[in-house]
Design a protein around this ligand. Structure first.
Ligand code: URA
Length: 297
């Protein structure tokens, strides 16, 4: 299995071939390098699912945990994957198609050896004001090569409809462009690791550069960690604005969490997050919409 440092070495070699002799390292990159160095010197431990600077993905609670604090770190190891810049020419749709073509055989993801090989990029309008970011495609998404088409996708469509939007009017993407693999996998899905998210994060940056959404909603704690470097419970991440590449970001529960939850409070929580997004986008919110999932008077 390839290590993040291999992607860094590949990148540095390709820069050297291009004649680049100096690389600027910002503080974040320096800290990540120090961390790699510390890890290389540390005694070998049992293999971890996620080898990252911040907490392992498995530690992220989707459930509303009481008041657990949320902390922010740099999105992990992203600095070790070559940056992708958005193609300079063409319409937004053409640029997204060019990015998707690059993702098909994306070496940093392939080298990990933990992701399947069918690439699932994005769906919806490349000129949308609202961008929704999930974690990774699952069984259904891989089959249909489209994000959010399984049960969680149906729930997401319902949420968009309540906002007055068709699925085609939003831009819907995932941090990881390949379904995370498990041994003997059939229809079961798993969350992506931090390393897997880091391998594809450059695409999300380039997508944001092309789509230029006015607001991003991170769907679930894993997406929030990959995008923003947040750790903690989603309930602690909610209720405030963050920023990704200069675009305001709101964090909410993943639609699949809503599918499992019987709590009207959870539905209302997601709805409040979406109303915040609507206000950010300058969309009108009717009295009827404001009362969704509130107890009847
Ligand atoms: N969950 C995600 O995060 N993304 C999908 O595309 C489907 C389910």
């Amino acid at each position: 299995m390839s290590r993040p440092v291999d992607a860094l070495l590949d990148f540095l070699r390709s820069e050297e071939v291009r004649g680049v002799t100096h690389i600027h390292l910002d503080d974040q990159a320096k800290e990540l390098l120090r961390e790699l160095h510390r890890r290389a010197r540390a005694p070998k431990q049992a293999p971890a699912r996620a080898t990252s600077v911040s907490a392992p993905v498995a530690a992220i609670a989707e459930e509303p945990a009481s008041s657990s604090p949320v902390s922010a770190a740099a999105p992990p190891v992203a600095a070790f994957v070559p940056a992708i810049s958005a193609p300079a020419a063409g319409s937004a749709a053409e640029k997204i198609a060019a990015l998707a073509a690059q993702a098909e055989n994306w070496a940093p993801a392939r080298k990990l050896g933990t992701l399947r090989t069918t690439m699932v990029f994005s769906t919806g309008s490349p000129e949308a004001d609202l961008m929704l970011v999930g974690e990774a495609p699952g069984y259904q998404e891989e089959l249909q090569r489209e994000p959010f088409v399984g049960p969680a996708g149906q729930k997401l469509n319902d949420i968009l409809k309540a906002m007055g939007l068709a699925r085609e009017q939003a831009y819907i993407s995932n941090i990881v462009k390949f379904r995370p693999a498990t041994p003997g996998q059939t229809t079961n899905n798993r969350k992506p690791t931090l390393e897997e998210m880091a391998s594809c994060l450059s695409f999300v940056r380039a997508e944001v550069e092309i789509v230029k959404p006015h607001c991003i909603v991170a769907l679930g704690g894993t997406a929030a960690e990959g995008l923003l470097g947040l750790t903690g419970s989603v309930s602690a991440m909610r209720g405030k604005w963050y920023e990704f590449n200069g675009i305001p970001v709101r964090v909410t529960y993943h639609p699949s969490y809503l599918l499992r939850s019987t709590s009207v409070r959870d539905k209302r929580a997601v709805w409040e997050d979406m109303m915040e997004a609507m206000e950010k986008l300058g969309m009108p919110v009717s009295d009827k919409q404001r009362s969704f999932f509130l107890p009847k008077a």
